[in-house]
Design a protein around this ligand. Structure first.
Ligand code: NAD
Length: 305
C-alpha cells in the first residue's frame, strides 16, 4: 500500500497543544500537510488560557522541516474560530482537513454535577465541533473536498460513571457525523469519528503505569491519519488505543410488528426479548430506513405491500 501523504493539503487540528492533538498535528505535518495548531492552552477543566502550548508544537513542526501556524482560538467562540479559518486561508488558501479534537473534563456523578459543569463540557466537545465544522463547511463544499474527524469516546458510546456531561457530548458528535456525512458526501466531504484511548494529561492517574506506557498518542494518531486520508472511509467510528484498532457499529434489531389491537404497553413489554433479539439485525445508512421498515411491516399486515 502506498504511503498516505498530505502534500498540498491544509489541516486544522483543535486542541493540538498537548496530548492526542499534538501527536495528530506532528504526524499530519510530517506527512506534508500545512497545519494550524489550535489550542486555548487551559487546564484539563477548561480554565485559563495560553498560546505557548500551540507555539511549542509549531516550533517542533518547523524544526522537523514542516509548515505550521499557532492559533489560540477558543473553539466555542464563533468569532475566534472564523478568524482562525481566515488565518489558514490567508496563509495557504484553503482548509482541506479539520480534526475536532479539543476537549475538557469536569467529572462528577450526576447528583453532584452543576448545570454549569454540564454545559461547559458540552460546549467544548459538541458545540466546539459544530462551530469549527460550520466555519470550514462552505469552503469545503465549494472546493469539492473535505475530510472532517470528530473525536468521540467510549465514555459516550458505552457510558462511564461520573461522565454524564462528557458522555452526552461525545455521543452528540456521532449524531453530528451521521448527518454531515449525508449532507457532505456529494461534495466529497468525508466525515468520520475517532474514539481514542491514550495516556495523556486527561487520563493521568487513571491508568496503571505499565499500561500507560503502551497507550501512546502515536498509536491513536495512526488511526486518525487513515481517517484524514484521500481514501478515508465514510461515517466510520474508528476506535484506537495501544495499537488496537476496531470499529463501533450501530445496529437495529428486526423487532416485531403488533397489529392495531395489539399495540399496548403490555404487549410491548411481553415482546421485549424478541424486540431486543440481535438475530437479523441491520445497520442503516439513514434514519428514514427505520420509518420505511416499520411502514413495510404495517403495510404487509394490511395487505398493502
Ligand atoms: P488533553 O487535555 O491533553 O488535550 C486537549 C487539548 O484541548 C488541551 O491542549 C486543551 O488546551 C485543548 N482545549 C480545551 N478546550 C479548548 C477550547 N475551548 N478551545 C481550544 N482548545 C481547547 O487531552 P487528550 O487526551 O489529548 O484529549 C484529546 C481529545 O481526545 C479530547 O476530545 C478527548 O475528550 C478525547 N479523548 C481522549 C481519550 C484519552 O484516553 N486520552 C479518550 C477518549 C477521548
Amino acid at each position: 500500500m502506498s504511503d498516505i501523504r498530505f502534500d498540498g493539503r491544509v489541516a486544522i487540528v483543535t486542541g493540538a497543544g498537548a496530548g492526542l492533538g499534538r501527536s495528530h498535528a506532528l504526524e499530519l505535518a510530517r506527512r506534508g500537510a500545512k497545519v494550524v495548531v489550535n489550542d486555548l492552552g487551559g487546564a484539563v477543566d477548561g480554565t485559563g488560557s495560553s498560546l505557548s502550548a500551540a507555539e511549542t508544537v509549531v516550533e517542533e513542526i518547523k524544526a522537523a522541516g514542516g509548515e505550521a501556524i499557532a492559533n489560540g482560538a477558543n473553539v466555542t467562540k464563533p468569532d475566534e474560530v472564523a478568524a482562525m479559518v481566515d488565518a489558514a486561508r490567508d496563509a495557504w488558501g484553503k482548509v482541506d482537513i479539520l480534526v475536532n479534537n479539543a476537549g475538557i473534563l469536569r467529572d462528577k456523578s450526576f447528583t453532584k454535577m452543576s448545570l454549569e459543569d454540564f454545559r461547559a463540557v458540552m460546549e467544548v466537545h459538541l458545540w466546539g465541533a459544530v462551530v469549527c465544522t460550520k466555519a470550514v463547511w462552505d469552503h469545503m463544499k465549494e472546493a469539492g473536498y473535505g475530510r472532517i474527524v470528530m473525536t468521540s469516546s467510549s465514555s459516550g458510546i458505552y457510558g462511564n460513571f461520573g461522565q454524564s456531561n462528557y458522555g452526552a457530548a461525545k455521543m452528540g458528535v456521532v449524531g453530528l457525523m451521521n448527518v454531515l456525512h449525508l449532507e457532505g458526501r456529494k461534495n466529497n466531504i468525508k466525515v468520520n469519528t475517532l474514539s481514542p484511548t491514550a495516556h495523556t494529561r486527561m487520563t493521568e492517574g487513571l491508568i496503571p503505569e505499565e499500561a500507560a506506557k503502551l497507550m501512546t498518542p502515536e498509536s491513536v494518531t495512526a488511526g486518525l491519519i487513515a481517517l484524514c486520508a484521500e481514501t478515508a472511509p465514510e461515517r466510520t467510528i474508528l476506535c484506537a488505543g495501544a495499537g488496537g484498532y476496531a470499529a463501533t457499529k450501530i445496529y437495529e434489531t428486526p423487532g416485531v410488528y403488533l397489529s392495531p389491537e395489539e399495540q399496548t404497553a403490555e404487549n410491548v413489554m411481553a415482546n421485549m426479548d424478541k424486540i431486543t433479539s440481535e438475530h437479523g439485525q441491520e445497520e442503516f445508512e439513514e434514519g428514514a430506513r427505520q420509518t420505511f421498515k416499520f411502514i413495510q411491516y404495517a403495510a404487509k399486515h394490511f395487505d398493502l405491500a
